[in-house]
Design a protein around this ligand. Sequence first.
Ligand SMILES: Nc1ncnc2c1ncn2[C@@H]1O[C@H](COP(=O)(O)OP(=O)(O)OP(=O)(O)O)[C@@H](O)[C@H]1O
Ligand SMILES: [Mg+2]
Length: 440
Amino acid sequence: MKREKDKIYVCSNCGYTSAKWFGRCPQCGEWNTAVEVEGAMKKAPSTVEFESSKSSIAVIERLKTNMHEMDRVLGGGLTPGSVVLVAGGPGIGKSTLLLQYASALAEKGSVYYISGEESVSQILTRVKRLKADKGTLFLSSSVEVDSVFSSIKKKPIAMVFDSIQTLHTSGMNALTGSVSQMRECTVKLVEYAKSTNTPIFIIGHITKIGNIAGPMVLEHMVDTVLYLEGEPRSGRRILRSIKNRFGPTDEIAVYEMNSNGMAEIPDPSRIFADMDSEEPGNALSVVVEGSRSLLVNVQTLATFNRRSSPIRIARGIENSRLLMLSALTSNYLGVHLENNDLYLNILGGLKVTDPAVDLAVVAALYSSSKKMHFPIKTVFVGEVGLDGRIRPVPQMKMRVSEAKRMGIKRIITSYYSKEKDTIGVKTVREAITKALAGDE
Ligand SMILES: Nc1ncnc2c1ncn2[C@@H]1O[C@H](COP(=O)(O)OP(=O)(O)OP(=O)(O)O)[C@@H](O)[C@H]1O
Ligand SMILES: [Mg+2]
């Protein structure tokens, strides 16, 4: 008979674990969700072996493919033994992208693609359509983790599981797709990846609002988390690293999705910026995403509104950032945005978190409100404080060189960054005056 201490209880709703049975989960508050799991509490070994950092164990090389953008987002190739979660909304292109990448990897060795979402013949149809048949992929639509591992014949160089919501493991008595089932499967995938040095991709669905109880709970268990985002109606897709133990975060790759699959766009500045617009409401900036700088186009529209509460809608930056920057534009630049509806869009569907875009937002709001435009080929780079002063931002060298490469003539930025070939300003008022002054 199993002893009591060989058992643990897991909440089937949120994955909380406890050595004791519970009627109501102390973490999520749900009743009767405790599921008994046997053999999970293993006795710890009494000794451990330490490896010296000077040890001569060979450092394993990363796998690189001809999908350079994907390699870059992973931190310069795929690290052996790493577990990568690729999350995204329904129909955004997760399976397409991973099938293409699996195929690119398959030119170097055996790659296993396990899909509980589609039948093998459906995957094959997709393989043909995407021309993803250069190397040999081993396809299966099995959904049982342990049997997949025990059926492997040729040592894999990588594996893809599509998706975590369809997997289950016989050791866990919970519904497929439940948090506890996903967690237990992920534990097994991580164990396999680490013990055999096989990189594993896990695809996870998220809803539009990010579904906290979904794959998000797995984020801390995996090495790398990539998000595939984009407007479902447009073909543009952005793959972003949110977490990476083996590379920088916020690294992005840009794709165009068409009937042949995902096409890499190696020079995204060209699609994110309209360099020659002379319409009011436009301003350019250079933002840094991961290890790359990008020219972006901020567009705003300010329209008069007689109603008591004007609308403020931002796409591409946080709405609260638009509220703050519009308030300080009114305060320091003498324009009256209080009675205006304000709309802001970052061209190309990019989501910008870099505060360096602040100054361009202020400039675009000013331009829209005054119905004038700034001289073309001018960029605004700087974080703006509530006092209307411009703060320097890091990585100015990289920003300046990207701006120059794109043919930008004038870079308005913080006086304190003291960067060559820029126009240094201390306040938003000075920034607008110098930008309007044209060539100096
Ligand atoms: N035969 C086809 N020709 C052109 N585009 C196609 C074709 N089949 C599918 N697509 C495109 O691929 C998209 C689906 O991509 P994919 O299946 O990779 O997404 P996903 O994120 O894996 O979706 P899911 O959440 O359903 O698993 C569809 O929205 C469609 O635009
Ligand atoms: Mg899919």
